[in-house]
Design a protein around this ligand. Structure first.
Ligand SMILES: Cc1ncc(COP(=O)(O)O)c(C=O)c1O
Length: 403
C-alpha cells in the first residue's frame, strides 16, 4: 500500500530541545543514568517544587467539582488578577485585554493564526526559542532572524533590525529574558526598539516575558509599559516563574494604545471560542499564585542564581568553553572554542551524551546560523550535580583535544 502523505509543513517542524531526548532515552533503557541539562522544566530538578498553595488551590478545584469548561477567554477572576498583575508592571491592562490559553505555546499559535497571511514575515531573535521558527511557516509566513551580539551579552543589534524591517513584517518578537541566551533587554533598548517599530504601523510587538520573575539584573521591564503607539501582545504564564509547566496555563494580554487591534482581537476571540477553553482547575491554581503572597518567588530566584554562579565559575576555568553571563531565565548559551567543535555543535552534544552521559542541546537547534558553535545548558540542577556535569564536560574536552 502506498504511504499516506503528511503535509510538508508538519514535516518541516523541528524542536531540538526534545529531539535530543530520543538518544538519551535509548541510553536510559540500557541502564545508564543521564545528567540532563537540556530541558527548561524546573520540576525536573530537585528543590524547586510548585508552591504548595497553588497545588492546594488546583486540588481544591478538583474536589469542589470545578471540572467543567470555563469561558473561552478564561475565568473572569483569573483574567482580572492577570490584568492587575500587568497593571503593576506599568500599563493600563483590563480583564478584557487578557486571554487565557493552554500555555504561551497555544497563545502563540492563536496569535499567528490571527495575524499571518501567506508571504508575511515574523522577525525573531537569532538564536531563539524554536517554535518562533516552527509555527509561522504553518501559516505560510517566514521567520527572519535579527542578530543578537554573541560577544556583547547577546544584546539587540539595532542596525540589523532596521535593515530587516519592511511592510511584510507583521510580528516582531522580543523574548525578555531570552531563551536560550539568558540576556535581559533593559528600558533604554526597548525604547530604542519601539522608536524603530513606530515607523511600521502594521507591525505588532510580541513580548514573551515568561521568564520575567527570573531577572538577576533588575533591568527587565514590561515592553507594554514602554509603548505609547506600537501595539504589544505580552505573553506569560505559570510554566517558568510559577514552577508549574505541566499545568499548561499561560496568557496573552493585548496593549493597544492606538486602537489598531480591533480586527485582530476579533480574530483571536473567534479562534479562542472555537477551541473551547483552557483547563479550569489549572486556572484556579494560577489564580492562587497571583493572589497570594509572592515572596517565595524571590527565594526561588536566589536559588537559581546561586546555581548560575557555580556554572559561571566552572566555565571560567574550563578550556574550550566561553560564555556571556546570563542575566535572567535559567539558561546559558555556551560557546565551544575548540576548532573541532566550533562547526560541530550537534556532534559535540551527541558524543558527550554517549561518552559522558551528560545531555545538552546543540546551539544550531536554536538558529542554524546564529546558534552554531554553541550549546545551551540549563542551570537548574543542584550544585553537586552541576559540578559532576562540568567535571565530565572538562574531561571530554581534554580527551578529544588529545585525539
Ligand atoms: C521563551 C519561551 N516562551 C514560551 C515557552 C513555553 O511556554 P508555555 O509552557 O507557557 O507554553 C518557553 C518554554 O521553554 C519559552 O522558553
Amino acid at each position: 500500500m502506498p504511504e499516506i502523505p503528511a503535509t510538508q509543513r508538519s514535516l518541516n517542524i523541528e524542536y531540538a530541545i526534545r529531539d535530543v531526548v530520543v538518544p538519551a532515552t535509548e541510553l536510559e533503557a540500557q541502564g545508564h543514568s543521564i545528567i540532563k541539562l537540556n530541558i527548561g522544566d524546573p520540576i525536573a530538578y530537585p528543590g524547586l517544587p510548585t508552591p504548595a498553595h497553588m497545588v492546594e488551590a488546583f486540588t481544591r478545584a478538583l474536589n469542589d467539582g470545578r471540572n467543567g469548561y470555563s469561558p473561552s477567554y478564561g475565568l473572569p477572576e483569573l483574567r482580572n488578577a492577570i490584568a492587575q498583575d500587568e497593571k503593576r508592571k506599568g500599563w493600563p491592562a483590563t480583564s478584557d485585554d487578557v486571554y487565557v490559553c493552554h500555555g504561551v505555546t497555544e497563545a502563540l499559535q492563536i496569535l499567528f493564526q490571527a495575524t499571518l497571511e501567506e508571504g508575511d514575515q515574523v522577525l525573531a531573535p537569532g538564536p531563539h526559542y524554536p517554535p518562533y521558527m516552527a509555527y509561522p511557516q504553518m501559516y505560510g509566513a517566514d521567520t527572519i532572524e535579527y542578530q543578537l551580539d554573541s560577544a556583547g551579552g547577546w544584546a539587540l543589534d539595532f542596525d540589523d533590525i532596521e535593515s530587516k524591517m519592511n511592510e511584510r513584517v507583521r510580528l516582531f518578537v522580543l523574548i525578555n529574558p531570552n531563551n536560550p541566551t539568558g540576556a535581559v533587554v533593559g528600558k533604554d533598548d526597548i525604547d530604542r526598539l519601539l522608536n524603530i517599530l513606530k515607523k511600521w504601523p502594521d507591525c505588532i510587538l510580541v513580548a514573551d516575558e515568561i521568564y520575567d520573575g527570573l531577572d538577576f539584573s533588575n533591568r527587565q521591564v514590561s515592553a507594554a509599559s514602554c509603548s505609547d503607539s506600537t501595539p504589544v501582545v505580552t505573553m506569560n504564564g505559570v510554566s517558568k516563574v510559577y514552577y508549574a509547566p505541566g499545568w499548561r496555563i499561560g496568557y496573552m494580554a493585548l496593549h493597544d494604545p492606538e486602537s489598531t487591534l480591533t480586527s485582530v482581537r476579533d480574530g483571536i476571540e473567534r479562534i479562542l471560542r472555537s477551541r473551547l477553553c483552557a483547563s479550569t482547575p489549572a486556572q484556579l491554581g494560577f489564580l492562587a499564585g497571583l493572589e497570594q503572597d509572592r515572596s517565595w518567588m524571590q527565594d526561588y530566584s536566589h536559588t537559581v542564581k546561586q546555581r548560575r554562579d557555580v556554572c559561571l565559575e566552572r566555565i571560567a576555568t574550563i578550556e574550550g568553553l566561553e560564555v556571556e553571563a546570563p542575566e535572567g531565565a535559567f539558561y546559558m548559551f555556551v560557546r565551544l572554542t575548540d576548532a573541532h567543535w566550533k562547526d560541530n555543535d550537534k556532534e559535540f552534544v551527541l558524543q558527550l551524551l554517549h561518552e559522558e552521559h551528560v545531555l545538552l542541546v546543540h546551539g544550531s537547534g536554536f538558529s542554524r546560523d546564529k546558534g552554531k558553535g554553541h550549546v545551551r545548558l540549563v542551570f537548574l540542577p543542584d550544585i553537586p550535580t552541576l559540578h559532576e556535569a562540568f567535571d565530565r564536560i572538562d574531561s571530554f574536552l581534554k580527551r578529544h583535544r588529545k585525539m
